[in-house]
Every structure is written in structure tokens, then in C-alpha cells.
Design a protein around this ligand. Structure first.
Ligand SMILES: C[S@@+](CC[C@H](N)C(=O)[O-])C[C@H]1O[C@@H](n2cnc3c(N)ncnc32)[C@H](O)[C@@H]1O
Ligand SMILES: Nc1nc2[nH]cc(C(=O)O)c2c(=O)[nH]1
Ligand code: SF4
Ligand SMILES: [Mg+2]
Length: 221
């Protein structure tokens, strides 16, 4: 049990399910234990549903790693819906699956997310070739009741690219969230000074990462 720290449902008590394993390798990934060096244990669907019910909250967040990768993700969503739970999926949006959810929290990965080609030649190439399949993202958005686009930003120069991706996805400015890259309050405060005015001048929403302010950058929060 935690609180949603990012985007339109910030502050909502939520049960988080984090799948391990990712098809991308963002250099800045804040959950390397679910991407670069995947760890974790196998949990049955029955157990997950049971735990979600026991958490006594209305909201469940599926994240990762990349939550659209596991074969059982559709069954998991269906069973959460049967329990009347609100399901948010946090995804980079690169996996083609006909999945339904209440809120698709889509975080398209910009060119600057690609890992260093000298240090990680294979992953750099794979990441670059996989990170932005606009047609797949459009289908995911069509299958969701609501959506938001959350961009991780490490430089103001990235706004041109963000506008282009948002345009290609026909996103309203109001559904675009600008989130600072960073895992400390100090880094987020520094970034905010530069990014907030730009965010507002584009009509986008600024997205702090409240979990870092509430809990610190701790696993399980
Ligand atoms: C760890 S990812 C898991 C879900 C999915 N793989 C994705 O990237 O959307 C969860 C969220 O954290 C964001 N994120 C990861 N590392 C970050 C960092 N260093 N700073 C800011 N946001 C970060 C991602 O963009 C995404 O919105
Ligand atoms: N509290 C909290 N809120 C979050 N919203 C999205 C998260 C994610 O890692 O996907 C996240 C997370 O890791 N923690
Ligand atoms: S897509 Fe998400 S989980 Fe995968 S490496 Fe990037 S931030 Fe991490
Ligand atoms: Mg997180």
C-alpha cells in the first residue's frame, strides 16, 4: 500500500503491483532492480488479487519494469475489474496488447533516455529501435477510459520533441505531464525552477514526484 505520487491521481491511496523485467533500458531508470538487473519473486494471480482486496483501497497501480510484458497481465486486469477496483497502468507503451484499464499512464521515452552506446552498445540499439512506436501507443490510448502522457525531462531542450510526440498522439495539452528526471528532492527542486515556467507556457501540467518528498527514494514506496 502506498500513495500515487505522480500525475492526475496524485495522493490517491493505491495498491502497487510492480512486475520485474523491461524491454527498454533508460539510463535514468529509478527501478533498475526491475529493468537492468531484474529481481523479484513469483506470485500467483490468486495471491495478488487477495492482497489487493486486503489492502482495502479502491485503486490498484500496475507498474514495473514494463507491466505490459508478462503474459498474465490481461487476466490480472480482468480480475481486478471484477473486484470493482480502479486500475492504472504505468507503461512506456511499446508493447502491442489489447488491454483495457481505467487510467493509462503512458510515459513515452524521448531520445535522451537512450543508454550510452559505448557502455551499452546492444541495449542502446534495442532501446532506440523500440522506444517510440506511435501506432502501438495510439491503440493503447484507444483501449483506456482515460490517459495521461508523462514525460521524464532532463533538459529544457526536450520540449520540441515532447510537442512533436504529443501532436502525433493527438494529446490535449491538459493531458501532458512534465516530470523532472531525478530521485532526490534537491534535484527535483533545481529542475522545477527551469521546467515549471516552460511547462506552463505550453499549457502542460507540471508533475512533481511526490513519493520522493513523502517517503524518499525507497523501494516499496
Ligand atoms: C520505473 S517506470 C515503470 C513503468 C514503465 N516502464 C515506464 O517507464 O513508464 C515508472 C515511472 O517512473 C518514471 N521514471 C523512471 N526513472 C525516472 C527518473 N530517474 N526520474 C523521473 N522519472 C522516472 C518512468 O518514466 C515512469 O513514468
Ligand atoms: N508512490 C509512488 N507513486 C508512483 N506512481 C508511479 C510510480 C511508478 O514507479 O510507476 C510510482 C511509485 O513508484 N511510487
Ligand atoms: S521503460 Fe520504465 S522500467 Fe524500463 S528502463 Fe525505462 S523507466 Fe525503467
Ligand atoms: Mg516509481
Amino acid at each position: 500500500m502506498s500513495r500515487q505520487g505522480e500525475g492526475k491521481l496524485t495522493g490517491m491511496n493505491s495498491f502497487f503491483i510492480r512486475t520485474s523485467g523491461c524491454n527498454l533500458r533508460c539510463w535514468f531508470c529509478d527501478t533498475p532492480y526491475a529493468s537492468w538487473s531484474p529481481t523479484g519473486k513469483t506470485v500467483s494471480l490468486d495471491q495478488l488479487i487477495n492482497d489487493a482486496i486486503q489492502a482495502k483501497v479502491d485503486h490498484v497501480v500496475l507498474t514495473g519494469g514494463e507491466p505490459l510484458l508478462p503474459a498474465a497481465i490481461e487476466s490480472l486486469c480482468d480480475r481486478l475489474f471484477e473486484e470493482g477496483l480502479h486500475v492504472t497502468i504505468e507503461t512506456a507503451g511499446t508493447i502491442d496488447k489489447p488491454i483495457a484499464c481505467d487510467l493509462l499512464s503512458l510515459s513515452p521515452k524521448l531520445a535522451g533516455s537512450t543508454p550510452d552506446p559505448d557502455q551499452h552498445p546492444r541495449w542502446s540499439e534495442l532501446h532506440q529501435s523500440r522506444r517510440l512506436p506511435i501506432d502501438i501507443m495510439r491503440r493503447l490510448i484507444d483501449g483506456a477510459k482515460d490517459y495521461q502522457l508523462k514525460f521524464v525531462v532532463s533538459s529544457p531542450d526536450q520540449f520540441t520533441e515532447i510537442c512533436s510526440v504529443a501532436d502525433q498522439l493527438d494529446a490535449a495539452a491538459d493531458d501532458v505531464f512534465i516530470m523532472p528526471e531525478g530521485v532526490t528532492t534537491e534535484a527535483m527542486d533545481r529542475a522545477q525552477m527551469q521546467l515549471r515556467p516552460l511547462t506552463e507556457s505550453h499549457g502542460f501540467q507540471y508533475c512533481d514526484r511526490m513519493q520522493i518528498r513523502w517517503y524518499g527514494n525507497r523501494r516499496g514506496t
